[in-house]
Design a binder for this molecule. Structure first.
Ligand code: ZN
Length: 227
């Protein structure tokens, strides 16, 4: 779901939203937009994008275990967070309850927040006590996998969004495209560490974590607003 459609939702309810909310990463984790759920085709697009992001995150976890890169840790937490957006929707379908969906959404946002805190802690710990990052070639490849996975999810969402005339799905596509570039930061980390500057890895990890925390704050507001 996008902050764009969130703003529209507020407008529809006659609320006013704050203007500083529109720019930036431009989406939220936690919930799938109401308009997307009304179509079978939209749900299929959400599901396929979920599978792509899930596979992307799984591949990145394997490389994280090998390389110990904090930049990759932050990126894969972000990707899992985006994939987890679909969990509340699944629960809503299983239980036929909007309340259950909202509770699941709050839980997902909380889980992403805790994960981001773990990534931030790891990054700061590595800044204080630098550690070697191994398997730089595979690490760079994991960043490319993140780029390709997010780019594919972006194509799936954008195409379905245009077909269904769904601004929310198109916004989710734009979000995945932005995330594809975030994953390239992992490639940059591998390159700079290869040049001998290993502090680049925790620094980039910290930067990605800040992006996640910002999005998580927006998501929390979205889920809370859905009361
Ligand atoms: Zn994201």
């Amino acid at each position: 779901m996008s902050t764009h459609s969130e703003a529209q939702g507020h407008a529809a309810h006659g609320d006013h939203h704050d203007g500083g909310h529109e720019h930036g990463h431009g989406h939220s984790h936690g919930l799938v937009d109401e308009s997307i759920k009304r179509s079978r085709d939209g749900i299929r697009a959400v599901t396929v994008a979920l599978i792509v992001l899930g596979l992307t995150a799984a591949a990145q976890i394997a490389v994280f275990v090998m390389s110990g890169s904090v930049a990759l840790l932050a990126d894969l937490i972000h990707n899992i967070g985006d994939a987890a957006t679909a969990i509340p929707l699944g629960i809503a379908f299983a239980l036929r309850s909007a309340r259950a969906e909202r509770h699941a959404g709050l839980f997902v946002v909380l889980a992403i927040f805790v994960s981001a805190c773990v990534a931030a802690y790891e990054a700061v710990a590595r800044l204080i006590h630098p550690q070697a990052v191994d398997h730089l070639g595979i690490l760079a490849a994991a960043g490319v996998v993140g780029f390709v996975g997010n780019w594919t999810a972006a194509l799936i969402r954008t195409r379905a969004g245009k077909r269904l005339d769904s601004p929310a799905l198109i916004a989710d596509g734009a979000h995945a495209r932005a995330d594809a570039y975030v994953s390239l930061a992992v490639v940059a980390s591998a390159a700079v560490v290869a040049l001998g500057l290993r502090i680049a890895d925790p620094l980039i990890g910290l930067a990605i974590t800040l992006v996640i925390l910002r999005i998580t704050y927006d998501s929390w507001r979205t889920v809370r607003a859905g009361a």
